[in-house]
Design a protein around this ligand. Structure first.
Ligand code: NAP
Length: 499
């Protein structure tokens, strides 16, 4: 059985004790164990700041971008091994593993490309600002890489992408990374870090990993560190209100859960290509990774007169089933969630299941909430599994109201050929959503996917989605830099800009 060692202060060590078991969700067998007992988080973070970030910041952005390219190549070489770990610890199909592993490699490659064009060791922010009539006194804003460490506390559903979508911009910025993957699926993250460390790609201290509980990690954070968190709103609130995080104003980025919506336009006819695309996307979002995606469609908002047609089209595709959720705890949480939603909904479709009792399969389930404007749970309870609720609307303003009842989401998609409908919905939901994907017949199959986070576009949303922001190309670097302004003579500003 595999014991996941921790890598801190430049060496690998197993945590004390028996550790927490990691399971195979299809067979119920233990596949590995993880323990962080005995890790000195204070020393680990000091090492990351004083060795890792300093070593990285001796290089230019372009040099660090080249390292990201090497990591991407290494991960691509080991891809099939990562798929095996994904199957053993997360279950599911090759498509599920690919979404995570290939998503990670693609994101690293994108940042390698974006960073190759950056020069120098600091970013200049906007133009010089004149502060005197003669020009003898001016101001320039700069972005300087943080001198601390980037701590990633990650969710269980993306052990590969979840690490590298954060590490790519952090390492490109010159900030050392300490990752604490979610314990149930830490194996894949740990294997990737192990491979990168063994290949000697990064300078000493640039990457550390701790598997198992976060224990007293937050007590050791300093003002120049950043915590980038992905997980539940509840854990986010606990970290946000931690006394040391408050006292030192530690930068804290949150990607939490959300009840993402997809909206069908009133103009889309059931026999059209666009209608089929809509139904296919809803079913795909429910079943890919068994619906365990923060961006998955949870609410399907459709014109009232087409509700039956949508139920038929989506159900047909759901009958194919999907992989298991990650463990027994998630299994019972998903079944509990369905029960809560059933108080406001009827079951429009649920797939038959012939899976073994000890496995963690949840049947793909489409619920129908006939009066969604008066319902509460369907806009609040995130069932982290292959489950969505269909909500009929009458008129565009009702569709907008329903989408916004999610109280802040990562993404919404809208399918229509009516430009006025698309514009009204996009602007009506913009302040409550981080990303809006509009699909017309002309876009067709060229769209990148409702739940697919592309590295060149921002990922994050307001309210219950956490209020954070990641990716978005070079915008992501801002999270790992501190902005400051120098007011002074032009010679000084030129010298700093050239440094
Ligand atoms: P979770 O229970 O909140 O755990 C997330 C991470 O926080 C894990 O690494 C966990 O460690 C750690 N943690 C728990 N308590 C902590 C504490 N007191 N101090 C420091 N760290 C602590 O969430 P999850 O069950 O792994 O993930 C599912 C949720 O994440 C879903 O709600 C989903 O919507 C959300 N999610 C959001 C995004 C996004 O990008 N917005 C992406 C994926 C998932 P242990 O595992 O060791 O407990």
């Amino acid at each position: 059985m595999i014991v996941l060692e921790n890598y801190t202060e430049g060496s690998w060590k197993a945590g004390r004790g028996q550790g927490t078991p990691l399971m195979n969700p299809e067979t119920g067998e233990q596949v590995a164990s993880a323990s962080s007992e005995g890790v000195d988080f204070g020393s680990a973070l000091r090492f990351a700041r004083e060795k890792g970030s300093r070593n990285l910041q001796r290089m230019t952005y372009a040099e660090r971008a080249a390292l990201l390219g090497k990591i991407a190549d290494l991960l691509a070489q080991n891809r099939s091994g990562y798929f095996e770990i994904s199957r053993a610890n997360l279950g599911g199909s090759d498509a599920d593993a690919s979404f995570d592993v290939d998503g990670a490699i693609y994101t690293l490659k994108q940042y390698a490309k974006l960073g190759a064009g950056l020069t120098g060791r600091m970013l200049v922010d906007d133009a010089v600002i004149p502060l005197s009539k003669s020009g003898a006194f001016q101001a320039q804003h700069y972005l300087k890489p943080l001198e601390g460490a980037a701590v990633f506390i990650n969710a269980f559903n993306f052990p590969a992408w979840g690490l590298w979508e954060k590490a790519a911009p952090a390492l490109l910025s010159g900030v050392a990374v300490l990752v604490k993957p979610a314990t149930p699926t830490a194996w894949l993250t740990q294997q990737m870090v192990k491979d990168v460390v063994e290949a000697g790609i990064l300078p000493e201290g640039a990457i550390s990993i701790v598997c198992g509980s976060a224990r007293d990690l937050l007590d050791h954070l300093r003002e120049n560190d950043i915590v980038s968190f992905t997980g539940s709103a509840q854990t986010a609130a606990a970290i946000r209100s931690h006394p040391n995080v408050i006292a030192r104003s530690v930068r804290f980025n949150v990607e939490a859960d959300s009840l993402n919506a997809t909206i069908l336009g009133e103009d889309v006819k059931p026999d059209s290509e666009l209608f089929s695309l809509f139904a296919a996307e809803a079913a795909k979002e429910m079943t890919l990774k068994a619906g365990q995606k923060c961006t998955a469609i949870r609410r399907v908002i459709v014109p009232r007169h087409h509700a039956d047609a949508v139920v038929r089209a989506v159900s047909e595709k759901l009958a194919a089933g999907c992989g298991p959720v990650v463990n027994r705890a998630q299994h019972s949480a998903a079944l509990d969630g369905i029960e809560q939603l059933k108080r406001e909904c009827e079951v429009a479709f649920t797939a038959e299941s012939s899976k073994p009792k000890q496995s963690c399969f949840v049947p793909p389930t489409l619920l129908l909430c006939k009066e969604p404007l008066r319902a509460k749970a369907v806009h609040e309870v995130e069932v982290f599994g292959p489950v969505a609720t269909l909500m009929p609307y009458s008129g565009v303003s009702e569709a907008v109201t329903l989408a916004n009842m999610g109280q802040g989401s990562l993404v919404a998609s809208v399918f229509s050929d009516d430009p006025a409908f698309l514009a009204t919905v996009s602007l009506g939901i913009a302040s409550q959503h981080g990303r809006i994907m509009a699909v017309t017949s002309a876009v067709g199959k060229q769209h990148t996917g409702h739940g697919n986070v592309v590295p060149t576009c921002i990922h994050g949303g307001p309210g219950r989605a956490g209020g954070g922001e990641e990716l978005g190309g070079l915008r992501a670097l801002q999270l790992y830099h501190r902005r400051f302004v120098v007011q002074g003579p032009p010679d000084l500003l030129n010298a700093i800009t050239q440094s």
